[in-house]
Design a protein around this ligand. Structure first.
Ligand code: KIV
Length: 273
């Protein structure tokens, strides 16, 4: 029998039971199927899509239609994992009404179970309204890639006491507004520990130390697929970029040397496509 699908209340239940949550990004059906089969609890269709799949410099150019397209693919590949879709830049900052419509499209057309958006108290009205109309929300505090220009780069956040206090207060505000989990990105371990201890909903860390209730990584970083820039906190569990390059080199060599393909009369079995 297949393992039961992870649902929103399972997140809080896992925190209450002290069970860590494992989350990774996915952007297509094949990768979603592989990660799901390996047992991840949740798949994030992150707007990191812009950098690791679409080749942009940052996440700002990603559109709602991009996100819907990739979310549909991930949903088709995921059987057990809960699928969360990022709300891209400018799809929730303009007005609460626009945010509801755009988040609604991620669920209705994309098939996501929840949306994620960046920010704390400045977006709290949006979070409250989305939750009120039945759209589960994951918050995202600390380093917020959509504010890259405001901050001047991808820098560690909440390193000063006042900023740390603000972050913890934002996390509590998100919980009070009904968010079911909060991503904490690139913040000191002690701040992540404080936020985690202050909340009943789980914190999902990325570059925030071991004391969060779960962890998320960009799958292309942790699998060694994205070779442009890898944050220092990422553990690379494979080096698929090298594997792909070596396999491709062998294929190119075989084609050029006439070793591939063999004549069909010499190959056993039917063609696979
Ligand atoms: O877009 C993304 O991949 C993310 C993760 C880094 C949390 O937001």
């Amino acid at each position: 029998m297949n393992a039961p699908r992870i649902r929103i209340p399972d997140f809080k239940g896992k925190k209450a039971r002290g069970q860590k949550i494992a989350m990774l990004t996915a952007y297509d059906a094949t990768m979603a199927r592989l990660l799901d089969r390996a047992g991840v609890d949740a798949l994030l269709v992150g707007d990191s899509l812009g950098m690791v799949v679409l080749g942009y410099e940052n996440t700002l150019a990603v559109t709602l239609d991009d996100m819907i397209h990739h979310t549909r693919a991930v949903v088709r590949g995921a059987e057990r994992a809960l699928v969360v879709a990022d709300m891209p830049f400018l799809t929730y900052q303009v007005s609460v009404a626009e945010a509801v419509r755009n988040a609604g499209r991620l669920l209705q057309e994309g098939g996501a179970t929840a949306v994620k958006l960046e920010g704390g108290r400045p977006v709290i009205d949006v979070v409250r309204r989305l939750v009120d109309v039945g759209i589960p929300v994951m918050g995202h505090l600390g380093l917020q890639p959509q504010s890259v220009h405001q901050v001047g780069g991808y820098v560690r956040r909440a390193t000063q006491p006042q900023e740390a206090d603000t972050l913890v207060a934002d996390a509590i505000a998100l919980q009070d507004a009904g968010a079911f989990a909060v991503v904490l990105e690139s913040i000191p371990e002690d701040v992540a520990r404080r936020a985690t201890a202050s909340l009943d909903i789980p914190t999902i860390g990325i570059g925030a130390g071991p004391d969060c209730d779960g962890q998320v990584l960009v799958s292309h970083d942790m699998l060694g697929l994205f070779d442009r820039f890898v944050p220092s906190f990422v553990k690379q569990y494979a080096n698929l970029a090298d594997t792909i390059a070596a396999a491709t080199q062998s294929y190119v060599d075989d084609v050029r040397a006439g070793r591939y393909p063999q004549s069909l009369s010499k190959v056993a079995g039917p063609p696979s496509h």
